[in-house]
Write a protein that binds this ligand. Structure first.
Ligand SMILES: Cc1cc2nc3c(=O)[nH]c(=O)nc-3n(C[C@H](O)[C@H](O)[C@H](O)COP(=O)(O)O)c2cc1C
Length: 186
């Protein structure tokens, strides 16, 4: 796939099946992430890869988050939380590892950089014929989940990237008119 086709046609895939990406595919995805624009080369990111029992452990964290939010949450709610990570054979959590108070690189720039790294992973997944979907949802901002994944106070969980083999067809690509979004100062 040539680069412009990839940039114009990447799309998300919510239906994902096993097997998870293999080691070579993952290496290519992380290398793409590590080419994200990065002011002062702070490398403001950290990745956690979940597969197999790791997905169960993540699901357990989600259930703990539900329980902390509502100690009366019923079994159905806790079970639904436990199952969320099972929507893919692999999840990569992308964490913005923020250096606070950098005089030149404010927090927002570091979080954007980590977001670009996440996009790099999505693009490299698509280029390799894999399916991928960027999700956050309330668990990405939940204190129990943040603590369980070892986030420092200034860090941000920017993405849970769900990854796997395509389990369905991509949605038709939306048509956008560039003029709706671009103002030109000639
Ligand atoms: C920061 C961020 C968080 C997102 N979180 C979710 C989410 O929790 N659930 C969801 O269904 N889509 C979420 N999305 C949107 C999807 O990943 C996807 O981009 C959207 O469905 C449009 O599909 P497309 O990527 O094929 O254009 C999120 C996107 C971003 C950038």
């Amino acid at each position: 796939m040539d680069a412009m086709t990839l940039l114009h046609e990447r799309s998300s895939m919510g239906k994902l099946m096993g097997p998870p990406p293999d080691a070579e595919q993952l290496e290519a995805m992380y290398q793409a992430a590590l080419r994200a624009p990065d002011h002062k080369e702070l490398r403001p990111w950290r990745f956690i890869e979940f597969s197999g029992e790791g997905l169960d452990r993540l699901g357990e964290l989600f259930a703990e988050a539900e329980f902390r939010e509502d100690p009366h949450a019923g079994d159905a709610v806790l079970e639904a939380a436990r199952k969320k990570p099972k929507r893919a054979p692999m999840i990569i959590a992308v964490i913005a590892k923020v250096t606070p108070d950098d005089p030149k690189v404010p927090r927002v720039e570091q979080v954007i950089s980590a977001g670009c790294a996440a996009h790099g992973i999505l693009l490299a997944a698509h280029a390799q014929g894999l399916g991928a979907m960027w999700r956050t949802g309330k668990y990405a901002f939940d204190p129990t989940v943040r603590k369980g994944l070892g986030l420092a106070e200034d860090d941000e969980l920017v993405a849970f990237l769900y990854l796997g083999q395509l389990g369905g067809r991509h949605r038709p690509l939306p048509q956008h008119d560039v003029a709706d979004f671009v103002e030109r100062w000639d």
